[in-house]
Ligand binder design. Sequence first.
Ligand code: FDA
Length: 312
Amino acid sequence: MTDFNQLYRKAVLTVAGQKTIENLVRARGWGMAQRFVAGEGPDTAIAAVQELARDGILANLDLLGEFIESPEQCTAFADNVLKVIEAAHAAGVTPYVSIKLSSVGQGKTVNGEDLGLTNARRIIGRATGYGGFVCLDMEDHPRVEQTLAQFRTLVGEYGHDHVGTVLQSYLYRSEADRASLDDLKPNLRIVKGAYLEPETVAMPVKADVDAAYRQLVYAHMKAGNYVNVATHDESIVEDVKMFALAHGIAKDAYEFQMLYGIRRDLQKSLAAAGYRVRAYIPYGRDWYPYFSRRIAERPANVMFVLRGMLKG
Ligand code: FDA
């Protein structure tokens, strides 16, 4: 049976997909989006990194942009990611970025090779040169297979200290994917999953997604691999802390990750207690899809948007 949370998420993502709603929110919503997005350029993003550093919170920079159409635009997008890597390095920050392979050309063949892979190599190569790290975000389910295959290739080339990826606990396949990647000793971010997915591939009941989340984190920890526990779910955060303690897993074998602007209190308190915490900092002009997914996660957020729209 589908529960309320899933129905709510489905409704918001369906409405957000309507062109008229998108145009309205794009025209009037930037002020509200700034609660979740750190400005439009690398300068404002780096300023956010520096502000979080004052509270002992690490950063993960994410240039917004999804499903970009032409190969030229994809390569231009990758060039902009290189710019933020350079800006971070120049500011004395070890570059840590996330990319969506769709935005750098995954699925487009140029010179006989997948453009997403070509551009990912440029980005990871540059970050690696500065001792940095690149995480391949996970998108909607038709991309999972290719993203994991490309992840395998890239770990082979750059090592698990410089490239990681994401598993989504709502997908039935994720535990099998986790086990199949084990030989790479991969750095994995575990999330619940943010896309509108059919019940044939994703669990429709939130309690199942939450239970699968814990199992993925515990299995990856027990295998001795680095885990990025990416959630704002406080009960999961507490359970993971207890699990690590009970199994003698050191605080530097995992980290908590949360989104910019969400549960800042929890981010600060975990960092103050000596846990490694990293905030995911999105920036850029293409903020609408990211913003829609954040609204879809929490009923209170839709009120925040409606109030903002009514105020004009
Ligand atoms: P859940 O949705 O159960 O929320 C738990 C509690 O957190 C809520 O009760 C509320 O208090 C708070 N909360 C959650 N979302 C909120 C919001 N938007 N506004 C205010 N409060 C909120 N997904 C994906 O498919 N691919 C990816 O690559 C990533 N990457 C990623 C990186 C990082 C660092 C994070 C934290 C998340 C992602 N996600 C993601 C998104 C993820 O799949 C999921 O949609 C969100 O994290 C929300 O789920 P929670 O785990 O926070 O739990």
